[in-house]
Design a protein around this ligand. Structure first.
Ligand code: HEM
Length: 404
């Protein structure tokens, strides 16, 4: 089914009834969606299996005969190569090599060390709101917090953050499911710009190393770990974008749900031990990444269907999170649930590298908002961003008195 503009808007606003309709009651269903045919995988068990099973791949190029491989127009190649060299789009062994170099920086222990820095950043941002009554939560707070943290970690100038937003918007358009040829053309120069920014920065760091992740990657390359310059650039850009784009959505989706569920707002305001439940239930119920994809790596019979090599699978994390086989009252937002199961950080070899950081940032963000925004009220019903895979809002306008 191809979604016309209105249906697409309605899907982005609330995809869950559509997903139920498309799946026709099956956890794995052949569909024609977003101009592509593929397997729509929506059950929890099935989504987890696809994510963990090494027969589902990221790189279609390795599955097709050379004459069937799509070659993008030459002027788009720099942007395409930037994306292609990200670990997120690689299979083993390249994926393993790229990932192992940055894993160390994101262990729960390393991330915990960032707690004081994140807390003081959140307090600083709140201080800027003092005396103001109207707030646009994304612009004034939820975007700035993770972008400043990840910029510091990688070693890029925080002052360039307005540009990061433009690159990030372009990148998520570039890789979305429903992107038109015109949108691809419009996004590519920004991806290329980001690529050039990092190329210049690498030159600087080679001359003058610093105590940051970028310098670490350069050292690893020089120590013979076989990271090409393009791989370093793509890794930095992936971390920069993945490091804030989704976390912004987690903070704003969660705060929005709290404002819509006043009883739960009161519960977590009074009992901060519920903060981690708030983070997990937001991830489950209103996930920052709704879906991802994989390619079937070989012919196989799985889940009672015949899958063929090079077919696509739409892997719907957000639907798995609402599978009635694993969660009671799946369509209710409830931070008091005894167990909260979700696949919002994926699973298997591509499991989100930044999950501990995202959780910590979101917890601190929610706590700061609860501490300092007094009697917050939504000023208007927010609009979702026009993206199928990434779920967030355009803006989130709130009226609140700030208490410091
Ligand atoms: C991968 C979600 C925050 C870095 C992923 C994937 C998901 C995801 C679903 C796997 C996609 C796939 O398998 O196709 C999220 C969510 C976040 C978040 C929901 C916030 C709420 C972060 C942060 C960072 C980060 C803060 C970095 C600082 C990455 C990286 C990968 C990844 C590098 C690629 C891993 C690989 O391919 O091996 N993320 N992410 N993410 N994420 Fe996150």
């Amino acid at each position: 089914m191809n979604l016309n503009k209105e249906v697409l808007q309605s899907f982005i606003h609330n995809p869950f009834p559509y997903l139920e309709q498309f799946s026709q009651g099956n956890n794995v269903q052949w569909v024609h969606l977003f101009n592509t045919s593929g397997w729509l995988v929506t059950g929890y068990k099935e989504v987890e299996t696809v994510l963990k099973d090494g027969r589902f791949m990221k790189e279609i190029r390795n599955l097709l005969p050379p004459d069937q491989i799509f070659t993008p127009p030459a002027h788009l190649m720099p942007a395409v190569m930037t994306v292609r060299n990200m670990m997120l789009f690689k299979d083993a062994p390249d994926h393993t090599r790229l990932r192992s170099l940055v894993t160390k920086a994101f262990t729960p222990r390393m991330v915990e060390k960032l707690r004081p820095t994140i807390k003081s950043l959140a307090s600083y941002l709140m201080e800027q709101r003092r005396g103001k009554e109207q707030h646009e939560i994304i612009h004034d707070f939820a975007y700035l917090l993770p972008v400043m943290v990840i910029a510091e970690l990688i070693g890029v100038e925080k002052e360039d953050r307005d540009q990061f937003r433009i690159w990030s918007e372009a990148f998520i358009k570039f890789i979305d499911f429903n992107t038109t040829a015109e949108e691809w053309e419009a996004a590519a120069p920004h991806v290329e710009e980001a690529n050039n920014y990092f190329r210049e920065l690498i030159k600087k760091r080679r001359l003058e190393p610093a105590n940051d992740l970028l310098s670490g990657l350069i050292t690893a390359e020089e120590a013979g770990d076989k990271l090409t310059e393009q791989e370093i650039i793509s890794t930095c850009l992936l971390l920069l974008i993945a490091g804030h784009e989704t976390t912004v959505n987690l903070i704003t989706n969660g705060y929005y749900q709290l404002l819509k569920h006043q009883d739960q707002y009161e519960k977590v305001r009074e009992d901060r031990s519920l903060l981690s439940n708030l983070v997990e239930e937001t991830l489950r119920y209103d996930p920052p990444v709704l879906l991802t994809s994989r390619w079937v790596g070989e012919d196989m019979n799985l889940f009672g269907v015949e899958m063929e090599k090079a077919q696509m699978a739409f892997v719907v994390l957000g639907a798995a999170n609402r599978d009635p086989a694993v969660v009671e009252r799946p369509h209710e937002f409830d931070i008091i649930r005894s167990t909260i199961k979700h696949l919002s950080f994926a699973s298997g070899p591509h499991f989100c590298l930044g999950a501990p950081l995202a959780r910590l940032e979101a917890e601190i963000a929610f706590e700061t908002l609860l501490d300092h925004f007094h009697q917050p009220e939504l000023m208007e019903e927010p609009t979702r961003r026009a993206n199928v895979a990434f779920r967030g809002f355009e803006t989130l306008k709130v009226k609140a008195e700030v208490k410091i």
